[in-house]
Design a protein around this ligand. Structure first.
Ligand SMILES: NC(=O)c1ccc[n+]([C@@H]2O[C@H](COP(=O)([O-])OP(=O)(O)OC[C@H]3O[C@@H](n4cnc5c(N)ncnc54)[C@H](OP(=O)(O)O)[C@@H]3O)[C@@H](O)[C@H]2O)c1
Length: 278
């Protein structure tokens, strides 16, 4: 999903970056294979944007080996290729590396403490990158939605159209983030870097402000004018296989310092997305 948004964003540019992106995915490149570093090196990139992941959070609890293979060992393979080529990597990580027990938004230097297999394997990915490379951006985001992917917005639209009533958790707070807005931020970060040598390091990048998944679902049905009653439910009642952080708010300190301004409010982004894609 984010990959598609990013490719579209690159291709809509007038400058030379337009022709410079080489998208790759399964089955052409499986990052878990031992030959993966060699394949990446063969593409001769000057920078790798590593978005590939096992993203099924509940699935990871039931299939931890697969999640570990893709998110940890796969990331190690991508990082090894970057090490050999002496090029930077941009890796997308997640709010789920935190336990959610902090009362205020998480800053980039807060200690991680994942409470799910998905979060733990994504954190391992971060650690491989930090251990193997000097030049990296680790971008943590949350609640991604966008065109062409299974995500919360598409799930709510589908369920709300079929049912008179849906239940959504109200005790988990995050910043829903539109994949297009994150793709723009990534492009901006790379452009700023080529002009100003932006600092490498860890960045939190999300749309501004925060909300519970319940309020997010309410906003989706309201904007889409779907007549469905959205009811709050607790995480305990929902009883999903994976635990999720109660507080997933990410303070975008480094991003705002670098770019000079926050991404727009999540509601504004959602309105635009639903206008285009409902
Ligand atoms: N979605 C969110 O809410 C969220 C929040 C925070 C961070 N993130 C991170 O953001 C990034 C992009 O997420 P997304 O939502 O765009 O995910 P997505 O749509 O699931 O994209 C992940 C891609 O990785 C591919 N992939 C899986 N295993 C692979 C392998 N072994 N080798 C190569 N490619 C493989 C998947 O292919 P298949 O579809 O064929 O399996 C898929 O195309 C991920 O790193 C994710 O961890 C996502």
């Amino acid at each position: 999903m984010l990959g598609k948004a990013l490719v579209d964003k690159f291709r809509s540019q007038k400058s030379e970056v337009r022709s410079q992106i080489i998208p790759t995915d399964l089955p052409d490149l499986d990052i878990t294979q031992s030959k993966a570093p060699e394949k990446i090196i063969g593409l001769n990139p000057t920078l790798v944007l590593h978005l590939a992941a096992y993203t099924d959070v509940d699935g990871a609890e039931l299939n931890p080996d697969r999640a570990w293979k893709v998110n940890s060992m796969g990331t190690k393979n991508v990082a090894l290729a970057c090490q050999k080529l002496e090029i930077p990597i941009l890796y997308i990580s997640t709010d789920y590396i935190f336990d959610g027990e902090k009362c205020t938004p998480y800053v980039e230097w807060d200690p991680p403490n994942p409470i799910s297999i998905y979060g733990a394997t994504k954190l391992e990915g971060e650690l491989w990158i930090k251990g193997l490379l000097d030049k990296y951006w680790i971008l943590r985001t949350s609640g991604l939605y966008g065109k062409g992917g299974k995500n919360f917005v598409s799930a709510i639209l589908e369920n709300a159209r079929k049912n008179h009533e849906i239940k959504v958790v109200s005790d988990q707070i995050c910043s829903p983030t539109y994949a297009n807005d994150l793709a723009s931020a990534i492009l901006q970060l790379l452009t700023l870097n080529s002009k100003l040598s932006t600092d490498f390091g860890v960045y939190h990048i999300t749309n501004s402000e925060w909300t519970s998944w319940y309020e997010f679902a309410q906003a989706i049905t309201e904007v889409s004018k779907i007549n469905c009653n959205v009811l709050p439910i607790t995480s305990f009642e929902l009883d999903r296989p994976a635990k999720r952080p109660r507080n997933s708010r990410l303070c975008n300190f480094m991003w705002e310092r670098t770019s000079g301004k926050p991404l727009r409010n999540w509601k504004e982004a959602l309105n635009e997305y639903l206008k285009k894609h409902r």
